[in-house]
Design a protein around this ligand. Structure first.
Ligand code: ADP
Ligand code: MG
Length: 478
């Protein structure tokens, strides 16, 4: 039986930034380039005599991330050399930030009232090249990625469950995308999460932490944390706590387990010192009059969630469908401005989250429809021109073939029949054909009436107004 241990997690997250060129040179920053070593130049290949120039756009991105997190934006910031020797780092050092990061402090609130995670810092550095070690007796290095602007965010050790660690990663990804600073795709390595984790029998004393790398999805962040909690708990339970050492471990996706890679180096090993080739930055001077523009942020995920909840009372679960699907969210935003009225927007959202999403899921050819046609459809439904059944049928057509909802409704005779004259014949027919059900209803079974309503609806291809049908049936059967 495992004893109770307290889990502590801190995350270090890298994200490749969206810029035209690399961090310190004019080589293209193109994560989709598949040919090796084409986006390179003497600067990012560290030829002697070359000098780096700071990419302002990258600095701007990190400033905006810092503001979105409510962090402190440095007045003064500088770049340092982090020295180590490895083939993926042509200069023999990586330009990073040590003492004076662009952002200090701040926090990121997790959705669904899961609390907020405190941020230690966000700094800017350059990415390394890509090494491929799967060739047997030699390795290959692709320098396209060398020198790409990379943001590093470090959290405080304030996360306590595997789920929260995953949730933090997802929420940060969303924020980076909303800010437009990074695509932050984990599978493509545009966002990389390193998991620092320890457990301890004493809530007030940290245990020895291990750092887990090579994690390529948010699910894997959770799995790796769960794996480490179990591994370390078992060692502590067995009185083998001394075997938990501070080290870097790798995540093996196939085995769903971690393995020891190397014992961790200390920051002293890197011999950090300010890069003499780069100017120190006073951000106010760097951005000058444009600083206000840089600081203007778009609506952030937390604000959007609050707006959907407060303005339209949308369920948390449905809100998340919009949050994670930008195309759907943009569609809904257009529908909101097109419809204007709160009631109509709520109806629209219900049709989107319960019907349209279902259609998109099962029908591979279906697309999000044109927002104007969709709004028109909702207005027709709200104005009693279409039954809910007919609205859903037309929605399916809009999503698969497109078209004009009024035209479709007219052609397929789906317009709701709201006048008794148009329905009289159908109602009489159903009564005549269902003498047994009518008798049951007459004997006092209210449910039987609904069965008759259903038959009239079916006979009218869903075009009858159900309330009206009910009233007419009651009047006819007496
Ligand atoms: P290092 O010097 O080993 O890089 P840092 O103090 O810079 O360690 O922290 C790196 C990351 O590890 C941060 O996200 C921090 O929150 C987290 N961390 C620090 N101590 C612990 C611990 N005992 N357990 C879990 N995470 C920790
Ligand atoms: Mg560190």
């Amino acid at each position: 039986m495992t004893k109770q241990y307290y889990t502590t997690i801190g995350l270090e997250i890298h994200a490749e930034l969206n810029t035209k060129t690399k961090m310190f040179c004019n080589s293209k920053n193109d994560p989709d380039e598949t040919r090796p070593n084409v986006n390179i130049c003497p600067v990012c290949m560290a030829h002697p005599g070359t000098l780096p120039v700071i990419n302002k756009q990258a600095v701007e991105h990190v400033v905006r991330v810092g503001l979105a997190l409510g962090g402190n934006i440095a007045d003064f910031t500088e770049f340092d050399r982090k020295n180590y020797f490895y083939p993926d780092i042509p200069k023999g050092y990586q330009i990073s930030q040590y003492k004076y990061p662009i952002v200090s402090g701040g926090e990121l609130a997790l959705p669904a009232q899961a609390g907020a995670v405190k941020i230690t810092r966000v700094h800017l550095e350059e990415d390394t090249a890509n090494s491929k070690h799967d060739r047997g007796d030699y390795s290959l290095v692709d320098f396209n990625r060398a020198g790409v602007p990379l943001m590093e965010l470090v959290t405080e050790p304030v996360i306590h469950t595997a789920k929260e660690a995953g949730a933090f990663g997802r929420e940060l990804q969303l924020l980076l995308r909303y800010l437009g600073v990074s695509e932050a795709n984990m599978e493509k390595g545009e966002m990389r999460v390193e998991l620092n984790i320890s457990i301890s029998p004493d809530e007030k004393v940290f245990g020895t932490k291990v750092e887990v790398k090579n994690i390529n999805s948010f699910k894997a962040v959770e799995r790796a944390a769960e794996y480490e909690i179990k591994r370390m708990s078992e060692l502590l339970d067995a009185g083998r706590g001394s075997e938990i050492v501070q080290e870097t471990r790798g995540w093996d996706e196939t085995k769903q387990s971690t393995f020891s890679q190397r014992t961790k180096e200390n920051s002293e090993d890197y011999r950090y010192f300010p890069d003499p080739d780069l100017p120190k930055l006073k951000l106010k001077e760097v951005f000058g009059e444009n600083f206000e523009k840089v600081k203007a942020l778009p609506e952030l995920p937390s604000a959007k969630r609050a707006r959907y909840k407060n303005d339209f009372g949308i369920k948390d679960e449905d809100i998340e469908s919009y949050m994670t699907d930008m195309e759907l969210s943009n569609f809904f935003e257009s529908v909101i401005s097109d419809l204007g009225s709160r009631e109509a927007i709520i109806l629209a959202s219900n049709f989107i989250t319960s019907d349209l999403l279902g259609i998109l899921k099962i029908n591979s050819t279906a697309k999000i429809p044109d927002y104007q046609s969709f709004s028109k459809l909702i207005k027709m439904f709200a104005g009693n021109e279409l039954s809910s059944r007919a609205t859903k049928d037309i929605l399916l057509m809009l999503a698969t073939e497109g078209g004009d909802p009024m035209q479709i409704a007219t052609e397929k005779d789906l317009l709701q029949k709201n006048d008794e004259g148009a329905l009289k014949a159908i109602v009489e027919k159903i009564i005549a054909e269902n003498a047994e059900v009518v008798a049951i209803y007459k004997a006092g079974k209210e449910n039987a009436l609904m069965s008759l309503v259903g038959r009239v609806m079916k006979e009218s291809n869903g075009s009858a107004n159900p309330q009206l049908v009910q009233k007419m049936l009651k009047e006819q059967i007496r």
